[in-house]
Design a protein around this ligand. Sequence first.
Ligand code: FES
Ligand code: FES
Length: 193
Amino acid sequence: MSPDAGTAGPVTAPGTITGEGSPTAEDAAAPYERVERYELSVNGGVRTVEDAWLGESLLYVLRERLGLPGAKNACEQGECGSCSVLLDGEVVCACCMLAVDAVGSTVVTVEGLTAGGEAGDVQAALLEAGGVQCGFCTPGFVVAIHDLLRRRPDADELEVREALSGNLCRCTGYGRILEAVRRLQEGRARGVG
Ligand code: FES
Ligand code: FES
């Protein structure tokens, strides 16, 4: 099934939340008790979320409701970066924000970074440099590296280290991840990748 299947029937425009009446102050005070229907803009499509609690994180909704398991749940505390996604072009931890707070914004997950969800040159560089072991941190690194090199293609090592400082890896020791970024920069500078 395509990622956007299942949105048949009346849908609301992105940026709206519907339920039994408009959300009230009481809803905000009791987010776990209200069932809602809302729409999110994810990876270039409009996705409908139904029968959801307002208290669900963006990470939970992406993974469990929208079938996008790329972002990983490791700490669920904003510490590890495994759940990184782009929200309006900025890297955010999807575990630390409510999905309903993404209504009206554009969400891009690791699956949406490349056409058709295929592995891109960032993934290839990580694999070739040995920057992937268990792989649990990898999607978060891919999102962070993608974002960094979009903004700063010539970032020096200090900038790379700083940009990736919110992403924790328990396996590689980081050297190979940094090497992957260096190779990626070289490859892109040569027009490869
Ligand atoms: S799972 Fe979100 S920061 Fe670790
Ligand atoms: S490769 Fe295992 S946590 Fe990074």
